[in-house]
Design a protein around this ligand. Structure first.
Ligand SMILES: Nc1nc2c(c(=O)[nH]1)N[C@H]1C(S)=C(S)[C@@H](COP(=O)(O)OP(=O)(O)OC[C@H]3O[C@@H](n4cnc5c(N)ncnc54)[C@H](O)[C@@H]3O)O[C@H]1N2
Ligand code: MOO
Length: 339
């Protein structure tokens, strides 16, 4: 790599993109790699603080920053992830569909431990929109040893997929609303509308809602009835905590469903239950889901709708970052909750 004075560089080819920043107005590429310097460019380059220009001499076993950034991006991009063009030595990865973002953090950590590698990502397990930026890759020096990129590519193969977006599927959902006070008409149902709104926001539909008193047999029968009617998921509301009238967990367990968890290290929403009965997810919702803006339901529902097998270990991992601070206004998912 050789440097020459900008005034002497007319007719030469730029070896990398050049960035101009005018605070509050502009940040971006002023000159593209490969641009042939014209006399009129000299003043502009000098005003950007570029008094010298590199003449690149890339040796065997080395890569230009643009090629390195592209190879890093290609190594980590999985299903439904798109790459941007390379600009200023960086490649962005974005979502090709609306869905659930999945990232392997161990792999990203291992890659960023390789010197001169920079891979920045969002957090895993959040919902993303088509076109949303998910990650960016760059090599720190202008010329990098290819060996470092090969190391990242090996990590990517060993841990694949590294970054992908899972489609969120539409489910037909049955709701069982427990609570003798609601069943007997003492109070109106305020839980059903919240559950409907949250499901419909994720493109699922409500098959039916059945109201039952706090009676184990009636709750159990209602769940079975909905599954027989074609429910692809059943959500129960209420009766999840410690009172003698809280019969819902017992009713779900009595079906012989595979219990993933009763209880989550998430606040609010610690008394949530997740089980699968003949492959149909059953989610028992505690009372706070009706009241709080964001709860364990908001963290777990997209994963179930993405048809991800949610395990007890997945639930345990949610404790770190599982405390909602109930901000006003709520900015979930753009906050630490569930990260
Ligand atoms: N000593 C303890 N107290 C509580 C615990 C605990 O572990 N130990 N857990 C707390 C948690 S967490 C929650 S959340 C709440 C409520 O949990 P439940 O799911 O058992 O809720 P319910 O008892 O069924 O109802 C609570 C409250 O909400 C009203 N409700 C219920 N369903 C409806 C509906 N469909 N429409 C309108 N209102 C409804 C119900 O009438 C009660 O007033 O427990 C904490 N306490
Ligand atoms: O499960 Mo409660 O639902 O944490 O407030």
């Amino acid at each position: 790599m050789r440097e020459i004075k900008t005034e002497d560089a007319i007719g030469m080819v730029l070896a990398h993109d050049m960035t101009k920043i005018v605070p509050g107005k502009f940040k971006g590429r002023a000159f593209k790699k490969g641009h042939i310097i014209r006399p009129l460019d000299v003043e502009e380059l000098l005003s950007m603080g570029k008094e010298h220009i590199y003449i690149l001499d890339i040796k065997e076993g080395e890569l230009h920053e643009d090629d390195a950034a592209l190879r890093l991006a290609q190594a980590i991009a999985g299903d439904n992830v798109e790459l941007s063009e390379t600009s200023e030595g960086k490649v962005n990865l974005s979502a090709a569909i609306d869905g659930l973002l999945k990232i392997n953090p161990q792999a990203i950590n291992a890659m960023n431990n390789v010197p001169d590698i920079a891979i920045a990502t969002l957090h895993s397990n959040r919902r993303v929109k088509k076109g949303e930026k998910l990650a960016g890759t760059r090599a720190i020096p202008l010329v990098i040893e290819e060996e470092k990129i090969l190391t990242v590519e090996t990590i990517a193969k060993n841990f694949a997929p590294i970054i992908s977006v899972l489609p969120i599927h539409s489910f037909k959902v049955g709701i069982v609303t427990t609570g003798s006070e609601v069943f007997k008409g003492r109070i109106p149902d305020k839980f059903g509308p919240v559950v409907k709104r949250k499901l419909e926001a994720l493109e699922s539909t409500i098959l039916d809602q059945i109201f039952v008193p706090d009676d184990l047999e009636e709750i159990r029968t209602a769940v079975l009835k909905l599954i027989e009617a074609g429910a692809e998921m059943v959500v129960t509301t209420g009766g999840m905590s410690v009172d003698p009238d809280d019969r819902t967990p017992g009713a779900i367990k009595s079906l012989g469903a595979d219990l993933v968890t009763y209880g989550t290290p998430i606040l609010p929403g610690s008394m949530l239950l997740l089980a699968y009965y003949k492959g149909v997810p059953i989610i028992g919702l505690p009372g706070c889901v009706m009241y709080e803006k964001s709860t364990s339901f908001d963290l777990i529902l997209p994963r179930v709708l993405a048809k991800e097998p949610v395990t007890r270990e997945d639930i345990a991992e949610l404790g770190y970052g599982g405390l909602c601070t109930s901000c006003e206004p709520c900015s979930f998912p753009h906050c630490s909750f569930g990260k």
